[in-house]
Write a protein that binds this ligand. Structure first.
Ligand code: GLN
Length: 454
């Protein structure tokens, strides 16, 4: 019990939790003791987990990193967190995140940025970002505060923070994990997934988190495979595709080095390395930054000061005055930027030029992947174009921030399973990650290839 309390206290220095619930984890550990005595342990009995604050948790405040939802206590549990708790896990707390999961550095959180437990060798003690939007999640695992956490990934938010903090995180195939009770950002992209110390823990958690849910209309009605039991690091004969379009100019040499090293490791492990082409890769980032804000602007229309969370109602004002005051005070700058972009690209005069066009390009990007599976079984790429950057370094430059998602968004647009595994350190001693992308529903292939790196 003391361990759980001291773990959440340690997390305060990193600002990893928005709310702390060690008593919940303690109760789960006590329950696990009883189950052990009776020989009736569940898959995650007594395991203390952190839950990203995007998941609605019954009776516990859920903010999605936004002032707008401050004080909002859901009367229901998200499917994913409910499954983890039903498997015996205890909740240490709700993890800090970028506001409504919009960001790559955790700096858009209304509750302050998260600090990575890592430091650059030459950087003095300058604090670094843990990545985002699941930055609290990544920091908690990297600092050994929680053995596993939930993340969500719309355009890289599990994989990029995992890479920045030297941990493992997998975004499953779109539809594997129910979105019920997950605060919506861009519904056609949002997926939950686990982040943990290694592939095995991710496999065990993902197995619990996945499964058909009639409460999510895009949930896949398929049985959940036994990923953990079927883990195998044997990748002999697997064809690993290296997409040439991911060799982009202007990224640090060390990213390319770690990638080449990963290719060599896989070759040594008996895999066949093939150069492949995904010709529409360069359009993925602009496509994502049209579709995601468009869906966000629609999803976030629900925050009207009536149904959820905060309300600002000026005296003697109209209904519109209340909407305006509530949304002006409740949303941060990045969220407002996305709502404006999204509203613009969906507006009558611009719909065909932007949103509709982006939907077509999205289909082309998905088709690139469908074709590439004729030549290979999995793809290996860097997770992010840089190591963790300093807090403040990109926070006033949205384009630089968006560019950090360049390798993550194609798999998101195509709905494919993708995982980041730690692949070494750069010269500053900071972790770099490699990304393994698989065919739809081939989480097993992705996990197994990841295991080959451990
Ligand atoms: N960084 C991306 C964005 O800001 C992805 C975020 C995410 O995956 N939730 O949209």
């Amino acid at each position: 019990a003391d361990a759980f309390v001291s773990a959440v206290e340690k997390a305060r220095g990193l600002n990893a939790f928005v709310i702390e619930t060690p008593e919940h984890a303690i109760a789960a550990a006590e329950e696990a003791d009883r189950e052990r005595a009776e020989g009736k342990l569940r898959p995650l009995s007594g395991v203390p987990l952190g839950i990203k604050d995007l998941f609605a948790t019954k009776g516990h405040q859920t903010t999605a990193g936004s002032r707008m939802l401050e004080g909002f206590t859901p009367p229901y549990e998200s499917t994913v967190s409910g499954k983890l708790l039903a498997a015996g896990a205890g909740m240490l707390g709700k993890l800090n995140m970028d506001e409504f999961a919009m960001g790559s550095s955790n700096e858009t959180s209304a509750f302050g940025n998260v600090i990575s437990p890592w430091r650059r060798k030459d950087g003095g003690n300058a604090p670094l970002t843990p990545g985002g939007s699941s930055g609290g999640s990544a920091a908690a695992v990297a600092a050994r505060i929680a053995p596993g956490v939930t993340g969500t990934d719309t355009g890289g938010s599990i994989r990029q923070p995992a890479a920045f903090t030297g941990i493992t995180g997998i975004k499953p195939t779109y539809g594997r994990c129910s979105r019920y009770g997950m605060v919506a950002f861009a519904s056609s992209l949002d997926q939950a997934g686990p982040m943990a110390q290694d592939v095995r823990d991710c496999a065990a958690m993902l197995e619990v988190m996945s499964g058909f849910d009639p409460k999510d209309s895009t949930s896949l009605d398929l049985p959940v495979p036994k990923w953990e039991a079927n883990l195998s690091s044997d990748i002999k004969g697997k064809r690993i595709g290296i997409p040439k379009e991911y060799r982009i100019d202007g990224i640090p040499e060390e990213i390319g080095k770690v990638w080449d090293q990963g290719i060599e490791w896989m070759r040594d492990a008996g895999a066949e390395i093939v150069e492949v082409s995904l010709p529409h890769t360069q359009y993925a980032l602009p496509t994502y930054y049209i579709i995601a804000p468009a869906e966000a602007s629609s999803n976030l229309a629900r925050y009207d000061g009536v149904r959820y969370g905060q309300r600002r109602a000026p005296d003697h004002g109209s209904l519109d005055d209340m909407y305006n005051a509530t949304r002006a005070a409740g949303f941060g700058a990045e969220v407002k930027r996305r709502i404006m972009i999204g509203t613009y690209v969906l507006s009558a005069g611009f719909y065909d030029a932007y949103f509709n066009q982006a939907q077509k390009v999205r289909a082309l990007i998905a088709r690139d992947f469908e074709r590439v599976w004729q030549d290979c079984d999995l793809l290996l790429t860097p997770t992010a174009p840089s190591a963790a950057f300093a807090l403040g370094e990109k926070s006033n430059d949205p384009i630089a921030m968006y560019l950090n998602d360049v390798f993550a968004v194609p798999a998101s647009l195509a709905g494919l399973p993708a995982m980041s595994v730690p692949a070494g350190l750069d010269q500053q001693g900071l972790p770099l990650g490699l990304q393994i992308i698989g065919k739809a529903l081939d989480e097993q292939g992705v996990l197994n290839a990841g295991l080959a790196f451990e």
